[in-house]
Design a protein around this ligand. Structure first.
Ligand code: BEZ
Length: 246
């Protein structure tokens, strides 16, 4: 997926802000070596480094890594499903990124290998039924064009049990894991959100038809996802966990 850094900042500035809570669970200590997976523009990575630890960041998007570097972050273009760090980090952190990686076992086993013994894996990402109202509406509009959403869906949203089992099968001890609803007020309308995050669904839609495709989705969801103040509220569901390499 090709990210547009400016669009992301405009349409998704809440992502690092809401992720700050997760830092309490990570609880970084001075001098620790921490890996941030899917660092985006590095806003949250910067917050981790303020704990006087050494943070290394990766993201699969060259555009985002460039933005993170401009933010003073030591970052590299790398897919966590393919990374090959060995016994290097005290903790691995990830906010709102793991759901973009459709091979969770590769991610978890690579994280396990990257951690030192007793190292922590702390993350939050989309869980089962995350943004279900939006996903269903995207699928319905694709269906109108005789396209099957499953062929385009870039997201992995597991339930708690499934993810716990994957962590355990890969050798982690799960310290805590929870799934919770987090209705999220968007800074823009739904078209802005779709244009930032849902472009993989539009690969086979001609450029000149993409706007009306997104507008049709927005129209069908106005009665469901707009609140009294006319703000758009997306039905986010999060999985948050802390696991330990034992
Ligand atoms: C999420 O953070 O859950 C998310 C954001 C954009 C697209 C899909 C999921």
């Amino acid at each position: 997926m090709k990210w547009n850094v400016d669009k992301y900042k405009h349409n998704a500035d809440y992502v690092p802000i809401l992720g700050q809570d997760l830092l309490n669970l990570l609880s970084p200590k001075p001098k620790e070596k921490i890996l941030d997976i899917g660092c985006g523009n590095g806003e949250l990575t910067k917050k981790i480094s303020q704990f006087n630890c050494s943070v290394y960041a990766i993201d699969n998007s060259p555009q985002m890594v460039k933005a993170a570097k401009n933010n003073g972050i030591n970052a590299q273009v790398l897919d966590a499903q393919k990374m090959n760090f060995n016994n290097k980090f005290n903790a691995v952190f990830s906010n709102a990124a793991l759901h973009w990686m459709k091979n969770p076992n590769a991610v978890i086993s690579n994280v396990y290998q990257a951690l030192k013994t007793n190292g922590r894996f702390c993350a939050e990402f989309g869980a089962k039924n995350n943004i279900k109202t939006i996903v269903d509406a995207i699928y319905a509009q694709l269906q109108n064009l005789n396209l099957n959403g499953d062929n385009y869906n870039p997201w992995y949203f597991p339930d708690e049990t499934e993810y716990r089992l994957k962590l355990e099968k890969n050798g982690f001890k799960v310290v805590e894991i929870s799934v919770f609803e987090r209705p999220t007020t968007l800074p823009t309308n739904l078209v802005g959100w779709l244009d930032t995050f849902a472009t993989p669904f539009m690969q086979d839609i001609p450029t000149e038809k993409k706007s009306s495709f997104m507008q049709a989705i927005e129209n069908t969801l106005a009665s469901k996802l707009r609140n009294k103040n006319n703000n758009w509220v997306a039905d986010y569901v999060r999985c948050r966990f802390l696991a330990k390499k034992v």
